[in-house]
Design a protein around this ligand. Structure first.
Ligand code: SAH
Ligand code: SF4
Ligand code: F3S
Length: 473
């Protein structure tokens, strides 16, 4: 039943009962060990995974584990994996190799794997065969069953594996442990239906499902009550929010409703697909002062031919027109992007079009990726895969260009006083670091008491992509 959401409050209740069971089993293990046990969740990949990890931490915290960031200290380690590019997979295998050594010294160690890599059969087969260190495996579709699987593992089951091929469920109200007190991601949708020809996300995250606006707004109200000031609305393609909900609300309407929640001072969103970015949304961004002056708009390539093969469903000129419209609405807005180099069949001429588009737009920054062949995607079967040396040369050249446009764009703030949300202590004693609405990092004099506050800072010293600034109050 694609697109239809079964709100499943019974399931949330069922899982809450498993948290109690897991807690009881943990007490037994702690008595045996003669101390409290610690858990560590390591996140790979995107903001969606980061948010999922907050849910895992919430469940572990409620179960009674002490949460730690130190993997070596932990009695239970969970890797929340990403598989968007092959190097993400290789990284996890490398770290599992090291955990195998650790488990020899610490036989009681529990190792769990979840996230996007687990939705690939070949990966799971390899792990079962070659990595006996792994005790617990689950996927993206059944993350909410973690309490149940944890209870089984803590009660002594040897290897717990549960993987689903898909789901039509969205289970609300599981516990969450946030990384930051003052800001939070909020899922507005799950999955992706776009099937860009290079991308594995639709296969590992399943069909697009939007949450009910009522549930999203309830969550944001309670986050606000809990001290959250900045919200990041999360989805693979936020612009298509509401599809499948009988057009209950469009993304721009949702954005305006989120801005109206008392206590919320900044709203960000990620990611926008250029093909679905509406005039209505551009108007909402321009009119709502709480919406941050930053839009992440992945272009992937500057060549219309490549974009067609990528199944992105816009042309180079569509993209440039969109940028123009956004800048007509707000000339000062930051625009960032993602670019893939070395897509199958990319000619020197195609690549030059990407370089010229980067210059023409003058992106504030860009994540640049070398094309990675993902098994099961249409692009993996395309002819003309580009040799590595050529791709590397192009990649270096693109990095240079992105650096130039990024530095030029960043310099436009020099001397201006901007509000900075202080996020963390800087490594440099006596300094804190935070972001302006345009998402640029600023370091300025401050201390622990400033964290979570919005502070006016004069941006005096541009260092390429970030600033050192002076407080004006
Ligand atoms: N939903 C977002 C992107 C999510 S993945 C969007 O469509 O904009 C984040 C980025 O990873 C993509 O924008 C793309 O640039 C990159 N990416 C995805 N698959 C890739 C692959 N097979 N090889 C290299 N980069 C890839
Ligand atoms: Fe992947 Fe395209 Fe979906 Fe983004 S929109 S997650 S790139 S398929
Ligand atoms: Fe990676 Fe999964 Fe995100 S593949 S980029 S963690 S949706």
């Amino acid at each position: 039943m694609e697109g239809i959401i079964r709100e499943n409050t019974d399931e949330a209740q069922r899982q809450a009962e498993f948290i109690v069971k897991a807690h009881d089993a943990l007490l037994v293990l702690e008595r045996k060990a003669g101390r409290k046990l610690k858990a560590c969740v390591v996140t790979f990949g995107c903001q969606m995974n980061a948010r999922d990890s907050e849910k895992l931490r919430g469940i572990l915290d409620r179960t009674g584990f002490i949460l730690t960031e130190e993997e070596l200290d932990a009695d239970l380690i969970i890797y929340n994996t990403c598989t968007v590019r092959d190097n993400a997979d290789q990284h996890v295998y490398g770290r599992l190799g090291r955990l195998t050594g650790l488990k020899k010294k610490k036989p009681e160690l529990i190792v769990g794997l979840c996230g996007c890599m687990m939705q690939e059969e070949t990966v799971v087969r390899k792990i079962r065969k070659s990595y006996p260190v792994v005790d617990l495996i689950f996927g993206t579709h059944n993350l909410f069953t973690f309490p149940e699987l944890l209870a089984r593992k803590l009660s002594g089951e040897r290897r717990v594996t549960e993987l689903w091929e898909g789901t039509d469920q969205i289970v609300e109200n599981l516990p969450v442990k946030r990384k930051f007190r003052f800001k939070s991601g909020v899922n507005i949708m799950f999955g992706c239906d776009n099937f860009c020809s290079y991308c594995i996300v639709p296969y590992v995250r399943g069909r697009e499902r939007s949450r009910l606006s009522r549930d999203i707004l309830d969550e944001i109200r309670s986050l606000s009550d809990d001290g959250v000031k900045e919200i990041m609305l999360l989805g693979q393609n936020v612009n298509s929010y509401g599809r499948g909900l009988g057009n209950e609300m469009t993304f721009s309407q949702l954005l305006r409703e989120v801005c109206a929640v008392p206590g919320i001072e900044r709203v960000r969103f990620m990611t926008s697909h250029p093909k679905d970015l509406s005039d209505e949304l551009i108007a909402a961004i321009a009119e709502e002062p709480k919406v941050c002056r930053h839009i992440h708009l992945p272009v992937q390539s500057g060549s219309t031919d490549v974009l067609r093969k990528m199944n992105r469903r816009y042309t180079r000129s569509d993209y440039l027109r969109l940028v123009e419209k956004i800048r007509e609405a707000d000339p000062d807005i930051s625009i960032t992007t993602d670019i893939i180099v070395g897509f199958p069949g990319e000619t020197e001429e195609d690549f030059e079009k990407t370089v010229s588009l980067v210059k023409e737009v003058g992106f504030d920054s860009a994540f640049t990726f070398i094309y990675s062949k993902r098994t099961g995607t249409p692009a993996a079967k395309m002819e003309n895969q580009i040799p590595e040396e050529i791709v590397h040369k192009r990649f270096e050249r693109l990095l240079e260009t992105v650096k130039e446009t990024g530095e030029a764009a960043c310099a436009r703030f020099e001397g201006r006083t901007m509000n900075v949300l202080a996020e963390e202590l800087n490594k440099e004693p006596g300094f804190v670091s935070g972001r302006i609405s345009h998402n640029i990092m600023v370091h300025f004099p401050g201390d622990r008491d400033d964290i979570g506050k919005i502070i006016p800072v004069k941006l005096t010293d541009c260092r390429g992509f970030y600033y050192f600034g002076e407080r004006v109050q």
